[in-house]
Design a protein around this ligand. Structure first.
Ligand SMILES: [Zn+2]
Length: 113
């Protein structure tokens, strides 16, 4: 399951950061997951709770930011924002769109103690 692997890599990254920055508990994790990344946010939340057990992320609040994807439209030559990867252009209804961003899967920031 894609989301479970993502949670494991998030927690591994937090643990690396904890070693460098000397914190022992995490209160809040903010993730940025682009709309085109194909991540099911409810599955991500469930996976996080499971994977976080027994780690310094146990009990941490998971905040998921979902920035809209951006794509270049060949028909109207504009960069537009899309909710879904295969949405038509909101300006002209065109379907020839080249994604520019929206695949982000980043830790935005942490609240630690
Ligand atoms: Zn367009």
């Amino acid at each position: 399951m894609h989301e479970m692997a993502l949670c494991e890599s998030v927690i591994a990254a937090v643990e690396d950061s904890a070693r460098v920055n000397h914190f022992t508990r995490v209160r809040k994790v903010r993730l940025e997951i682009g709309r085109f990344a194909g991540v099911e946010v409810s599955a991500l939340r469930f996976g996080f709770d499971v994977v976080a057990r027994g780690t310094l992320c146990e009990g941490a609040e998971l905040v998921v930011l979902e920035p809209k994807g951006r794509a270049w439209c060949f028909d109207c030559s504009e960069t537009v924002e899309l909710d879904e990867r295969l949405d038509p252009c909101p300006l002209c209804g065109g379907l020839r769109l080249q994604p520019v961003s929206g695949n982000e899967m980043n830790i935005k920031d942490l609240e630690v103690e």
